[in-house]
Each structure stands twice: as C-alpha cells, then as structure tokens.
Design a protein around this ligand. Structure first.
Ligand SMILES: NC(=O)c1ccc[n+]([C@@H]2O[C@H](COP(=O)([O-])OP(=O)(O)OC[C@H]3O[C@@H](n4cnc5c(N)ncnc54)[C@H](OP(=O)(O)O)[C@@H]3O)[C@@H](O)[C@H]2O)c1
Length: 249
C-alpha cells in the first residue's frame, strides 16, 4: 500500500486505534472518512476535516446504507479498514454467562467485517490500486481466558484475511492484516492492562510499518511478536500463562 493519496473509510474510528490511525493517515495526505455509532463524535470529527458517516457494523442494513453513502460521496474510495470491534468478558459455566455476548461478538467482530467487505469489494476492484486492512489481534494466536469468543473472532479474521488475500491476488485489491498487541484504549480492560502499549506509540509504529513494508501481509509491531510467533518458537504454553497472568517471561 502506498501510504499517501488514498481515500480511506475506517468504520470504527470514533476512538482508539481507528481514530489514532485516521489522524495520522489524514496528515499524510489521504482523504479519511471515519465511521461509528456516536453521532456527536462524528460531528466533532467532521469539524476537524474528516469525512464522517454514521454506521452500526452489527446491523446489515446500516452497513448497506453507509456503504452507498460513502461510495456516492467518495467515488475514489480505494481503502477499507474493518476496524470496529468489541471485546467483552464471558463466563462459560452457564449459558446466561456467555451466549448473548458471544453472539453479539461474532456479529460485530466477524460478520461486521465480512459484510463490510461485501459492500465495498466491487468498488475496490474497480480501481487500479486498492487495499483492505483487516484488524485481528495477538489474541488470535494466544487466547485470553476471559474473552473466548473475542479470541475466536480474531482467529477467524486472521484465517479469513489469509484466504481472501490468496483469492484476490488476481485483482487490484491488496489485503493487509493489522495485528495489534494489547494497546491502551477504551476496549475491554486494556486501559488497566500493564502490558498494554501506549496508543500513540502503537499508531506511530503502524504508520512506519505501512510505509516501510508496503507489500507486507501482516502489520506486526514488535510487542505482538511474542504472541504471534509463540507457537513457532515452541513457547505456546509459556505465552498462554503470561497473557493470562501466570508466569512472567
Ligand atoms: N486495544 C487493544 O488492545 C486491541 C488489541 C487487538 C486488537 N484490537 C482491535 O482493534 C480494533 C479497535 O479497537 P480499540 O482498541 O481502538 O477500541 P475502542 O477504543 O473501543 O474503539 C472501538 C471502535 O469501534 C467502534 N465500534 C464498536 N462497535 C461498533 C458497531 N457496532 N458499529 C460501528 N462501530 C463500532 C467504536 O465506535 P462507536 O462506539 O462510535 O460505535 C469505536 O470507534 C478492534 O477491532 C479491536 O478488537 C484492539
């Protein structure tokens, strides 16, 4: 991906990683359209020079409507970042402890990106250079016991990204998987996690990697390699213990 001159839609950019990347991408000469459910935040971001579109990625109709609006207003749109996600705790000892949360997590974290890509794939393929950036997690490789369906949804996003990259290799669409480690945002309990990376440091590193490795399949900051390559190193059990608050590495 060439990091300048794009028109980029980021549903899930009203806060956290999405907003931090939106600001940096805008300052690098991209047109950036942010999306999310919070209308007042979208209004503020519109005042700051972003495009802003209200979207609920857990609602198929909202995705269809927002995609039509974005494509009509920004016919040069050539990059989709499927950022929106939730991370919610579950207790699998009883169905009441997890089922509703699990279904909501799959709808937002897995069906959301799938439906977004469906809504934009023809637009993206119509342009000579286009990019889909999916967002998984280090927890796709090493799970956290508190959030089973979150981990499963991110493992699914990893697998999906790998497969659609292969399928779309004959098209103009590049598929990049952003794999964040724990980053200090409003997501889950990341603001209290001592292992979480400061948001600005993470966002700066992501932009540097996008710039210096334009053909990368995955964007892996240093801090996530502990999880991403744990199994490859033969250290999976240790990594599970560390991530779940057990032994320190
Ligand atoms: N922070 C981490 O440690 C970490 C680690 C690995 C991966 N990630 C992934 O990074 C992505 C961003 O997370 P974050 O840490 O930046 O969290 P965040 O600060 O809570 O931001 C989440 C964003 O997603 C949007 N969102 C959530 N549900 C939505 C829905 N149904 N429809 C539309 N937008 C929705 C929120 O916007 P509204 O509230 O305005 O709708 C917000 O802009 C997620 O996919 C997350 O899984 C985060």
């Amino acid at each position: 991906m060439n990091i300048t001159g794009n028109t980029i839609f980021i549903p899930g950019a009203t806060s956290g990683i999405g907003l931090a990347l939106a600001r940096r991408l805008k300052s690098r000469g991209n047109t950036v359209i942010v999306g999310g459910r919070r209308a007042e935040v979208l209004d503020e971001l519109r005042d700051q020079g972003f495009g802003a579109v209200r979207i609920d990625t857990s609602d198929p109709q909202s995705i269809t409507d927002a995609a039509a609006q974005v494509i009509a207003e920004y016919p040069d749109l050539n990059c989709l970042v499927t950022m929106a996600g939730v991370m919610l705790p579950e207790d699998w000892h009883t169905p009441e402890g997890f089922l509703e949360t699990a279904e909501h997590t799959v709808t937002t974290n897995l069906l959301g990106p799938i439906r977004l890509i469906a809504a934009f794939i023809q637009q993206l393929q119509s342009l000579p250079e286009a990019t889909i950036i999916t967002v998984s997690s280090g927890l796709a490789s090493v799970p956290l016991s508190r959030t089973p369906t979150y981990c499963a949804s991110k493992a699914a996003i990893h697998s999906l990204s790998e497969a659609i990259r292969l399928q779309l290799a004959d098209s103009s669409v590049q598929v990049i998987e952003l794999v964040p480690p724990a980053v200090r945002t409003g997501l889950g309990d990341t603001s209290r996690n001592p292992r979480a990376v400061p948001l600005d440091d993470f966002a700066d590193d992501v932009i540097t990697l996008l710039e210096t490795e334009p053909d990368a399949h995955e964007i892996l900051v240093e801090q996530v390699k502990f999880q991403r390559y744990a199994e490859r190193r033969g250290e999976y059990d240790t990594a599970v213990a560390v991530i779940n608050g057990g032994a320190r590495s």
